[in-house]
Design a protein around this ligand. Structure first.
Ligand code: UDP
Length: 243
């Protein structure tokens, strides 16, 4: 048996933040089937070791297509469209997870009763206790916020031990590694130090929520196979931002 298979989770409950781009793969917009299936595999790998998983999904992959034709649109209107985009992503993810036998519930911050159930905290907590995946759709339900902030909010509400921020890069660097070859990666960093260095971990509201609620954030590369499981089993992966 490999080390990974024997590995024990270090978390009972996590909040995984998947950006819309994480479902897009190499396409220009929308949902890429192979990428979606890959995400399902990664998520299953942590469910299999007993981690309870809440997911906040973004909408950038779908909203971008809309946004092209929406220049000059009222900001709040655009934001509501963005929130609706996250519902589509949540439904795609639910469909793909369900097909592999994973029980999933979507809860939406906007009321769309014919399609998904509304967000009810107590119910979501119960689902997680029952080892069902809960996907939190429609962001916070408010314009002028982001799905990163939603991840911090739902993470705190669900009593998650960490927000796992899935990105395309393998952590937080001293500088942009694409521009500065001397940039080095932090294995971990405190909220205060990240602030002092003005590192872009999550948007300001999300960062402040995590900091205030002592909710650590792990930034990692979701496209690196096994990275999500490594992050959940205490192996060095990405960057941990903590108090
Ligand atoms: N959004 C919003 N309120 C929220 C969450 C999201 O208005 O609480 C809108 C906002 O327009 C945002 C879009 O939904 O741009 C998609 O979310 P986000 O950009 O966070 O998605 P990601 O970049 O992670 O794909």
């Amino acid at each position: 048996m490999s080390d990974q298979k024997k590995a024990k989770p270090i978390y009972k409950r996590v909040l995984l933040k998947l950006s819309g781009e994480a479902l897009m793969g190499h396409d220009q917009f929308g949902i890429n089937r192979d990428t979606l299936n890959y995400m399902v595999g990664e998520i299953k790998s942590i469910l299999d070791i007993g981690v309870q998983v809440g997911i906040v999904v973004g909408g950038g992959n779908i909203f971008r297509g809309v946004a092209l034709g929406a220049n000059g649109m009222d900001r709040a209107t655009g934001d509501y469209m963005g929130m609706l985009a996250t519902v589509m992503n949540a439904m795609a993810l639910q469909d793909a997870l369900t097909k592999t036998g994973v029980p999933v519930r979507i809860q939406s911050a906007l009321h769309l009763e014919q399609v998904v159930q509304p967000y009810i905290r107590g119910k979501a907590l119960r689902y997680l206790d029952q080892n069902r995946v809960v996907i939190f759709a429609a962001g916070t339900g408010n314009p002028f916020f982001t799905t990163d902030t939603t991840a911090a909010l739902r993470g705190a509400e669900m009593g998650a031990e960490v927000v796992l921020k899935a990105t395309k890069v393998d952590g937080i660097y001293t500088a942009d590694p694409m521009k500065d070859p001397t940039a080095t990666k932090f294995a971990d960093i405190t909220f205060d130090e990240a602030m002092k260095r003005d590192l872009k971990v999550m948007d300001g509201t999300a960062f402040a929520l995590c900091r205030t609620n002592d909710l650590p954030i792990r930034v990692f590369n979701i496209f690196k196979p096994g990275a999500l499981k490594r992050a959940c089993t205490g192996l060095e992966e990405g960057t941990l931002v903590h108090s």
